[in-house]
Design a protein around this ligand. Structure first.
Ligand code: ARG
Length: 470
């Protein structure tokens, strides 16, 4: 058998040109090519090919020598790619055909045997899973780093008091540590979603071939094991067609970024002159070319903005998958750019936050005076009256009148004299000031999930134990 077909015909694609009578239109070639972006998972493509070749030799489809030649050449190609010496060709369409064609160039007919019992359809489904799994591990580690940063700040400022808000109106005093631990909880759920997604993704589609499986005596469990997958996928049609794992990843990412946009929004508000709650180090901010006094919180603003593209990618992938009939369709080539951009954006945003969060410092005095402004301990006064036997609705009324008096006289509840408070109810005693102070208010919320400094420290400790078992 010769390497080149003997009959005369116009030059067509060397990988699948057998049944074609003319070459692909030059524009169509560029339009259908994916090599400019899928070369990103060249490593995973080679990893998958090495596992496939190893399996083929185990089952006797390739000789030991052929397998060794293939693996040696693939590793050399990988080194060339890493060194930037590999020439990618759009004419060879995608990462798979570029590498396979180079393999054949290097080792001749043996290279052509690698694709036995395999199709680009199961190959690409394998490569994306391997790539996404690697990226998920990096992203998971970065979420953990951010959470560790949050814990250190929450612990340091477990008893620093700030106003808590509902409707962005002062509601009740909370501790800064408690507020940060709310962020921590959001990220814990995001982390869980990411790990769930990894578990469902971690199955090997290799062996599904084009769509129906293959006639060769392949060992799918072996390739699954060699590639670190839990087990082979269970249906060949499904294996080569569904990209739900990518959608799931984008769903995770959209929620993560949505959470980070909420954190960003708070950081932006807090650094404004109107709130003045925290200081962001200069290295995370930029100035204005025209207003010399400006220090802008660009990092959180950009993270808030990047939430838009990540949410967009989720919708892109959902729409891409919608109504696709089984099995593989070329549509699926469009999964890569949204996925890659999501990976890059998530990694960048997490990195920026993990670096920045440990460096934020609260302005305790400023937070304190803000907490003193909106009658934040009004609920505490009502609870105090209820403890003294007043029905809650009456207590509500009494406190309402006290607040009106405070508005008139410019005094917070804790700044009124005992006599002033007693004009609204004679059950009020000197002990009322224990609950009207900011410290008394937060310390009283001393139960699981409450804002008391003691609870914040317990939550930090429990969180540290959780992180250790990841
Ligand atoms: N570049 C293709 C993709 O990303 C690889 C699979 C091509 N398969 C095919 N039958 N054309 O989806």
């Amino acid at each position: 058998m010769s390497d080149t077909p003997s009959h005369d015909k116009p030059s067509t694609n060397s990988q699948w040109g057998g049944r074609f009578t003319e070459a692909t239109d030059a524009f169509v070639q560029r339009f259908t090519a994916s090599v400019n972006f899928d070369q990103r998972f060249a490593h995973q493509d080679i990893q998958g090919s090495i596992a496939h070749a190893t399996m083929l030799s185990k089952v006797g489809v390739l000789t030991e020598q052929e397998k060794n030649d293939i693996i040696t050449a693939l590793n050399a190609i990988k080194d060339d790619i890493d060194a930037g010496k590999f020439e990618w060709s759009v004419a060879l369409e995608d990462v798979h055909m570029n590498i396979e064609s180079e393999l054949t160039k290097r080792i001749g007919i043996t290279g052509k045997k690698l694709h036995t019992g395999r199709s680009r359809n199961d190959q690409v489904a394998t490569d994306i899973r391997l790539y996404m799994r690697d990226q998920i591990d990096l992203i998971a580690a970065e979420i953990t780093r951010l959470q560790q940063g949050i814990l250190s700040v929450a612990e340091r400022y477990a008893s620093t008091i700030m106003p808590g808000f509902t409707h962005l109106q002062t509601a009740q005093p909370v501790t800064f540590g408690h507020h940060l631990m709310a962020w921590y909880e959001m990220l814990t759920r995001d982390y869980g979603r990411l790990i769930d997604c990894r578990t469902r993704m971690n199955q090997s589609p290799l062996g599904a071939a084009a769509l129906a499986g293959t006639t060769y005596p392949i060992d799918r469990s072996l390739t699954a094991e060699l590639l670190g997958f839990e087990h082979p996928t269970r249906n060949s049609l499904d294996s080569v067609s569904d990209r739900d794992f990518g959608i799931e990843f984008c769903g995770f990412a959209a929620l993560l970024l949505t959470h980070m946009s909420r954190m960003s929004e708070e950081l932006i508000l807090w650094t404004s002159a109107q709130f003045d709650f925290i200081d962001l180090p200069d290295r995370f901010c930029t100035g204005s070319s025209i207003m010399p006094q400006k220090k802008n919180p660009d990092v959180p603003e950009l993270v808030r903005g990047k939430t838009g593209r990540v949410n967009g990618h989720l919708v892109s992938l959902l729409t891409l998958m919608k109504s696709q009939p089984l099995a593989y369709n070329k549509d699926n080539q469009e999964d890569k750019e949204p996925l890659f951009d999501t990976v890059d954006t998530v990694k960048d945003c997490l990195r920026a936050f993990a670096d920045m969060i440990p460096a934020i410092t609260p302005k305790a005095q400023s937070m304190r005076s803000a907490a003193m402004q909106g009658f934040a301990t009004a609920t505490d006064l009502a609870d105090y009256l209820v403890c003294k036997g007043i029905p809650f609705r009456d207590a509500h009324e009494i406190v309402g009148k006290s607040v009106a008096f405070g508005l008139e006289t410019g005094k917070d509840l804790s700044e009124m004299t005992l006599e002033e408070l007693q004009q609204f109810s004679d059950v009020i005693d000197g002990d009322v000031f224990d609950v009207l102070t900011l410290e008394g208010s937060v310390a009283a919320r001393d139960h699981i999930g409450g804002t008391a400094p003691r609870q914040v420290l317990l939550a930090v400790e429990a969180a540290r134990t959780d992180l250790q078992s990841r």
